[in-house]
Design a protein around this ligand. Structure first.
Ligand SMILES: [Zn+2]
Length: 418
């Protein structure tokens, strides 16, 4: 059966290489989607005059919850064959279609890794998840029954998050964790829970973005497969309150947080960094399997890593190997991507929601890998967790309440009491 076409921006369009959207096909059968877009599990709206975001009120008492029953902009409607890729950027309808299409695209990917449908965690209470656009919000939230997208207006030109793949995919990542892992019992120590949540959300965005042909091609053309170079894959765009763009290819360790932590985004970096390096190492293994790089080159890469010799020596070797075999590089990267995605999905399903510290995540991931391969990648994986001090250093206390730019504050996980 034919799916439904959408036009999506793989990366923020102000990045020159991504100024043009890519047409993708999502799993919804052509003709099955209603105006909004909407389907049986979620509906998109662009409210007019919505006074505040869901779950938060300026005076701290009344909490606004979906559904929005006020006025809305004209919804996006499918063309005669049921597709939405005829819509052009610059309209409310394109924004709505981009938001829905991105969420469906990301869910398709992760439902593939989980091997089944991923329910919304609000499904116990709400029939459908509301996907809402609220330009006055300078953040994005994934909550009980809704995903709400604001935008970034701090740089002069307003940039709607409904057009930002990484921000949307990151929020879907939070929603997957709420649904598949759950929320810890009140009173359970939760420091690392927030770090784990942010890390998982970033990994969902990272792995999902690697499903865009254009992104994978740019990435390989720019790096020739030397992924430790700074490039699109690790320009993980979660525009935080101080406009910092966080980086998955970071060198943060748990020792950096031994005295304590304030921002959960920062706390997530050692875990995300470990998984990014695991991705790169598995990619190298896949390249060796395919004969695209030699085992000697892989050993050299491990030895030179973090030395000044790495860049000049390794880039030249990657340039040669990539030029000889670009197609094998692409297939190896897609293979490594799917290995990491599958293991993460298995890991998240096995986690205990009350033991969400990094060491439990790490050991569960190791057990999942052992089940899949008998431990082929164990040394790589354990080595990367060790380098981040996971299992070796305790994180210190939370030194201040979550900040304004956080989107993990408790009201976000608020659930009806019925
Ligand atoms: Zn987040």
């Amino acid at each position: 059966m034919q799916g439904t076409r959408f036009k999506l921006f793989p990366q923020p369009r102000f990045l020159e290489e991504y100024a043009e959207p890519e047409t993708v096909m999502v799993s919804s059968p052509a003709g099955s989607l209603d105006p909004g877009p909407s389907d049986e599990h979620m509906y998109t709206i662009f409210p007019i005059g919505k006074p505040q975001p869901y779950g938060i009120s300026p005076d701290g008492d009344d909490v606004l919850a979906p559904p929005w029953t006020g006025d809305i902009h004209t919804p996006a409607v499918p063309d005669e064959e049921g597709h939405f890729d005829y819509l052009e950027p610059g309209t409310e309808q394109f924004e709505a279609a981009h938001l829905f299409g991105t969420i469906r695209f990301v869910l398709d990917i992760w439902e593939g890794y989980f091997g089944r449908r991923i329910p919304w965690h609000g499904e116990t209470h709400y029939e459908r998840q509301e996907l809402t656009i609220l330009p006055t919000l300078d953040n994005a939230y994934s909550g009980f029954g809704f995903i709400e997208m604001g935008g970034d207006s701090k740089t002069g030109t307003y940039k709607p998050f409904s057009l930002n793949f990484d921000v949307i995919a990151h929020e879907v990542g939070h929603a997957i964790i709420y649904s598949e892992v759950g929320v810890p019992d009140p009173g359970t120590p939760v420091g690392e829970y927030f770090g784990f949540h942010e890390s998982a959300a970033d990994l969902v965005a990272l792995i999902s973005s690697l499903h865009f042909n254009t992104l994978v091609d740019h990435l390989l053309e720019n790096t020739h497969g030397n992924l430790y170079m700074l490039n699109a894959i690790n320009r993980m765009a979660e525009l935080s309150g101080n406009k910092q763009i966080r980086i998955a290819a970071n060198d943060k360790t748990l020792s950096d947080f031994a005295e304590g932590w304030i921002k959960e985004h920062k706390l997530s970096q050692p875990l995300t960094g470990a998984f990014f390096d695991i991705l790169v190492d598995i990619f190298h293994e896949c390249l060796v399997d395919r004969g695209a790089i030699t085992p000697e080159m892989e050993d050299l890469s491990d030895k030179l890593l973090a030395t000044p010799d790495y860049a000049p020596v390794m880039q030249e070797l990657f340039d040669e190997a990539y030029a000889a075999n670009p197609q094998e590089f692409k297939e190896a990267l897609l293979e490594a991507r799917d290995i990491l995605g599958t293991y993460l999905a298995d890991t998240w399903q096995s986690l205990d929601r009350n033991e969400l510290d990094f060491i439990h995540v790490a050991r569960t991931f190791e057990a999942v890998e052992r089940k899949h391969t008998g431990g082929r990648f164990h040394k790589i994986i354990r080595g990367n967790f060790d380098i981040r001090d996971i299992g070796w250093v305790e994180i210190g206390p939370q030194l201040a309440p979550l900040q304004k730019d956080s989107h993990a504050n408790s009201v976000r996980t608020l659930m009806p009491l019925d």
